[in-house]
Design a protein around this ligand. Structure first.
Ligand SMILES: Nc1ncnc2c1ncn2[C@@H]1O[C@H](COP(=O)(O)OP(=O)(O)O)[C@@H](O)[C@H]1O
Ligand SMILES: C=C(OP(=O)(O)O)C(=O)O
Ligand SMILES: [Ca+2]
Ligand SMILES: [Mn+2]
Length: 659
């Protein structure tokens, strides 16, 4: 290269050919004779460190807090930070030791932020002081998705950026929820309030054992260099908002909850105060099998009295979301608000539909509808004023996800989205959504506004249609039937579906299950309490109930096939538009379901399942088998009254299969 220069320090380009065959570089002769790298003004930095310090500017200053009179309080930024740290410090405090780790804000990797000395007073270690009280726990407080990406990629194995910008993560050994490892503290209050015993999801634990696990989680979290803290909200209904704090060890968990809960504005965060409920997620750390009530190394413990939840031995993020949902199933009915395991969307004319159903029945898929506003995909409240989403995000299954069939979910998988347990090309980072190598239960968690027609705020008027989704692996339930109120209640309390592989551990192929209120794993009170509220609301609002089978047709699982999604969508369209209400109906045998004779865009022969089975005897056997399972299951409920209405209770009992 030296050969290209000339005596004046000038280079020529294009005016001749240099000796090595390359064109000569030519620059204009500089007046002062100095050759600059480029024409931009020089950077105002003397050192590399100084240069780097220019890269990041401080976040917008926080706004003043208003006091009860509405005027701006004189609290300084420093005082506010102090209050916030005190609150977090209280959350992380040990219940058995007086001194705990010192809590400081910021990333320990950024040394400048680490205090050089213990701020309060100089102390001499004494026998009652443990090493843990001498260390700092760094708090990464409500980090942004970009910051959480950096944390995950730097420190958490199995974190990668996919071709569309999502954060691929691994949830570890557990890739689904562990309902058998969930425990609820039984104390004087919950003893009477909650549903205990046969069929109930609430497996009891005592207060003391809860505290043992809580201490285990808190000590684990405090043993780390840093923990993530999210302060967020649940429920878009402004009058019934719940403040939640999530303390976790992984950026994956923090980003997941950032997406799933409602994100506070900077002002809301400043006024956050003390949380109504706190999760301690120490999922990497197992519970202790010597601890009473523990039957595995996993424990998910809810203490309603303390307003706390502890997670040990599972990193599956869905436990946090569904754990909080359980809490809402206790808190909301206390306020006469019905909590619903359902998706929810709204048409252009304000017609709201609820989609009840167990995991894998299509709540997320069918509520995400390009022609309608999405209110939420999974957890809602129905109050005197209408519906509200509990969450701020969606949690979609990704197995076999396709751009054609589910374009809105496909497009939501971008920067900010957590993609759990998917398999991708090691070079291009293109995700293979058909790959089940890690699990069948691959998932995407994204903020609801990633769906283009999301309804923000996520609230709507009273529902017009209540759609019960069942994925029937027997292939005998019709693709759609119109229900009377009593039938709606019967099917709501039954909560039938075939559990498909994935979301719960150990389910390998579809199994008939009955899960009261389409969410027995999350309800806290007796199912008839929720059913009575639903009946009252549907009656008052004149809502219509529908049963939609998103499962098998033309034979049971193994011989028939799953009803095509485009057909189910046509059925749902006809419910929304009101046209299905106008159709002609006939009544089926055994289940006594009203089925339409025609639905636009759906082959008529599939509407009555008997038509699709080549072996009619096999159909009859399967039908009676399923009817028997329904009858057996409902026996536990026959001694309960639904609400104050004796007549409705009788009608509900009579609304089941007859054979
Ligand atoms: N006819 C159908 N209706 C609804 N979903 C279907 C249908 N056929 C296949 N599927 C698939 O079943 C899954 C339904 O899961 P999802 O919508 O996440 O259920 P949920 O939200 O109730 O857990 C999706 O992967 C979807 O693509
Ligand atoms: C996250 C869950 O929801 P769903 O499968 O209903 O979408 C779950 O049940 O763990
Ligand atoms: Ca879902
Ligand atoms: Mn769900």
């Amino acid at each position: 290269m030296a050969g290209n220069g000339n005596a004046n320090g000038e280079f020529s380009f294009g005016t001749g050919t240099a000796r090595n065959g390359l064109a000569k570089i030519q620059t204009h002769k500089k007046q002062n004779g100095i050759c600059h790298d480029d024409s931009a003004p020089p950077v105002k930095a003397q050192t590399i460190d100084e240069l780097h310090s220019l890269q990041k500017k401080r976040s917008a200053p926080t706004t003043p807090i208003k006091d009860s009179q509405g005027s701006f309080a004189t609290i300084s930024d420093e005082d506010r930070q102090k209050q916030q740290l005190q609150s977090i410090s209280a959350s992380l405090a040990s219940l058995t030791r007086e001194t705990g780790p010192k809590v400081v804000k910021g990333d320990p990797a950024r040394k400048a932020e680490t205090p050089k000395h213990v701020p309060d007073h100089h102390f001499t270690p004494a026998f009652n002081v443990s090493d843990s009280s001498l260390k700092f726990t760094h708090i990464l407080y409500n980090l942004s998705p970009a910051e959480l990406y950096e944390q995950a990629i730097k420190y958490e194995q199995g974190s990668f950026i996919t071709a569309t910008g999502a954060l691929a993560t691994l949830s570890g050994a557990k890739t689904g929820r562990a309902p058998r490892d969930k425990r609820v503290v039984r104390d004087e209050t919950t003893e009477n309030d909650l549903w205990w015993g046969k069929g109930s999801p609430n497996i009891e634990m005592d207060e003391h054992t809860f505290l043992v696990n809580r201490e285990r989680a808190v000590d684990y979290l405090n043993s780390l260099d840093k923990v993530f803290v999210n302060d967020q909200f649940l429920n878009w209904d402004p009058q019934n908002k719940i403040r939640v704090r999530i303390v976790s060890a992984r950026a994956y968990h923090s980003l997941f909850m950032h997406n799933m809960c409602i994100r506070p504005t900077p002002e809301e965060l400043e006024n956050f105060g003390t949380p109504d409920f706190t999760i301690y997620n120490a999922g990497q750390f197992p519970c202790n099998r010597y601890t009473h009530y523990m039957t595995s190394s996993t424990s998910i413990d809810i203490n309603l009295g303390r307003r706390e939840m502890v997670i040990l031995g599972t990193q599956y993020a869905g436990e946090m979301k569904k754990g909080l949902f359980s809490v809402m199933h206790y808190l909301m009915p206390k306020r006469q608000i019905l909590s619903l395991h359902s998706g929810c969307n709204m048409g252009k004319d304000g017609d709201v539909a609820l989609f009840f159903g167990l995991s894998g029945t299509g709540k997320t898929t069918l509520s995400t509808d390009h022609n309608r506003y999405l209110i939420g995909d999974d957890e809602h409240c129905w109050s005197e004023n209408g519906v509200s989403n509990i969450e701020g995000g969606c949690y979609a299954k990704c197995i076999d996800l396709s751009r054609e069939k589910e374009p809105d979910i496909w497009n939501a998988i971008k920067f900010g989205t957590v993609l759990e347990n998917v398999v991708f090309d090691e070079h291009t980072r293109e995700v293979d959504y058909t790959d089940k190598s890690v699990t069948e239960n691959t998932r995407a968690s994204y903020p609801i506004e990633y769906i283009p027609n999301a309804k923000i705020p996520c609230v709507g008027p009273h529902p017009k249609n209540v759609i019960l989704l069942a994925c029937d692996a027997f292939g005998v339930l019709p693709p759609v039937s119109k229900l009377s109120l009593a039938q709606t209640m019967y099917h709501f309390i039954s909560g039938y579906t075939a559990l498909v592989a994935g979301t719960e551990e150990g389910v390998k192929e579809p199994q008939a299950t009955f899960s009261a209120c389409f969410g027995a794993a999350f309800i806290m009170l007796h199912p008839t309490k929720y059913a009575a509220m639903l009946a009252e609301k549907m009656q008052k609002q004149g809502a219509t109930g529908w049963l939609v089978n998103t499962g098998w047709s033309g034979g049971r699982y193994g011989s028939g096939s799953r009803i095509k999604l485009p057909y189910t969508r046509k059925i749902i369209d006809a419910i929304h538009s009101g046209s299905l209400l106008e159709a002609n109906y006939k009544k089926t045998e055994v289940f006594g379901l009203e089925i339409p004779t025609e639905v636009e865009g759906v082959p008529t022969e599939i509407l009555d399942p008997v038509n699709t089975w080549s072996d009619k005897k096999a159909y009859q056997d399967a039908l009676l088998k399923l009817a028997g399972l329904f009858k057996n299951n409902f026996e536990t409920f026959t001694s309960y009254k639904i609400g104050k209405d004796n007549k409705l209770t009788e009608e509900i009992l009579a609304a089941g299969p007859n054979f």
